[in-house]
Design a protein around this ligand. Structure first.
Ligand SMILES: NC(=O)c1ccc[n+]([C@@H]2O[C@H](COP(=O)([O-])OP(=O)(O)OC[C@H]3O[C@@H](n4cnc5c(N)ncnc54)[C@H](OP(=O)(O)O)[C@@H]3O)[C@@H](O)[C@H]2O)c1
Length: 338
């Protein structure tokens, strides 16, 4: 049996069971392609899975929703022109026909289907996209899941336009760092929050117009004063928690608060009166449709956007890389390469 090296999570809630080991090579089925992975990225989702905090966990599983590489083999019915092509993989499987929401069968590469933190991964050929030529493999691996999530939050749901002011919370996060680049590309004004002053500094260097530390009690007032009279048109959040209610106060009347995560849990209070009186849209978002993915890749191509990456680290250092995300030390997407 042909085998490959892969990071394998072997036992639920046991970080020590995550091993770099031999695993069967994923031969492509009909309509599928197998990609030789050059680089793969980490998402918070991988940590939720290891902690047993994700629905429907199956083990053993190769984690990883983000991969970039070269097409090695194609299955029955797939155009052979893909062979040898440099690609990134849309990790959203079976979104369905409705652009507004994914169907029940929707899944994400890396659970329950084996993911990209391996020498090879298989995926439907329809999920392959040519790697933007200006990006290295590690840069390209940084964009699929975070890019499509950030694109849908900013543009499809958030309706961001040039000249708008957008607040991105927790800018050290993988998705947030991608959104910073996308929002700046379309000439929006970007304000950020972070729990780490060094990450705010880094965001300002990249082009953010202001920032505040969410660990300081008056961070909301700091953001409001930086926003000035124009106010904040859009907030994109994935932390939730106690800070979420402040977002309702910060966003301007008629504005939007889009969120796609709850890293800090549920807020204990939510000021409903402010939401209806200010006529705010509070909008959930999750990854994106195939159209969102295609438009995200086009945006990266058109504006030659380079994602912020933390790494790349050798795959062999996977334990330190996972620990870096657990400790929240990263700025940008954590990427591993072979
Ligand atoms: N629904 C979806 O499809 C989808 C897709 C992607 C991600 N998500 C979810 O979205 C969240 C972010 O994902 P990610 O991959 O970008 O994670 P990540 O790279 O681990 O980023 C998490 C960031 O959250 C920030 N943070 C933590 N506590 C905060 C607080 N109280 N207020 C503001 N920010 C806070 C931190 O920013 P600083 O370091 O700057 O302090 C941290 O770096 C996760 O919960 C993830 O599960 C959902």
């Amino acid at each position: 049996m042909k085998t490959m090296k892969a990071i394998v999570f072997n036992e639920v809630k046991n970080f020590d069971s995550l091993k770099l080991q031999d695993f069967p090579y994923p031969a492509p089925g009909p309509g599928e392609a197998t990609v030789a992975i050059r680089a793969a990225a980490l998402n918070r989702r991988d940590i939720w899975i290891i902690r047993g905090m994700y629905p429907g966990i199956v083990v053993p599983i190769i984690p990883g929703s983000d991969g970039a590489g070269v097409v090695e083999e194609v299955g029955q019915g797939v155009d052979k022109k893909w062979l040898g092509k440099e690609v990134i993989i849309n990790p959203g499987l079976d979104w369905g026909e409705n652009p507004r929401v994914q169907q029940n069968r929707f899944r994400i590469l890396g659970m329950p289907d084996h993911g990209a933190q391996a020498e090879y991964v298989k995926a439907p050929a329809a999920n392959l996209f040519p790697k933007p030529a200006h990006l290295s493999f590690p840069q390209a691996a940084a964009i699929p899941l975070g890019g499509v999530t950030g694109y849908r939050a900013l543009f499809t749901q958030g309706q961001l336009d040039s000249g708008h002011t957008v607040l991105l919370t927790g800018i050290g996060g993988g998705v947030a760092a991608l959104m910073l680049k996308m929002a700046l590309a379309v000439k929006a004004r970007v304000l950020v929050t972070s729990g780490d002053p060094a990450k705010i500094e880094a965001a300002l260097k990249i082009g953010a117009g202001g920032g505040a530390n969410y660990r300081e009690a008056d961070w909301d007032k700091q953001i409001l004063s930086q926003a000035g009279e124009a106010g904040v048109d859009l907030i994109v959040d994935s932390a939730g928690g106690e800070g979420f209610d402040k977002l309702i106060s910060i966003v301007k009347p008629g504005g939007r608060v889009v969120f796609f995560g709850a890293t800090a849990g549920n807020p204990s209070t939510l000021n409903l009166r402010k939401i209806f009186w200010k006529q705010i849209t509070v909008q959930g978002a999750t990854m994106g449709s195939p159209t969102d993915f295609a438009q995200m890749v086009r945006l990266f191509d058109e504006y030659k956007i380079e994602p912020i990456i933390d790494g790349p680290y050798p795959f062999e250092e996977y334990r330190q890389v996972y620990q870096r995300m657990i400790d929240g030390k990263q700025f940008g997407k954590l990427v591993m390469e072979w």
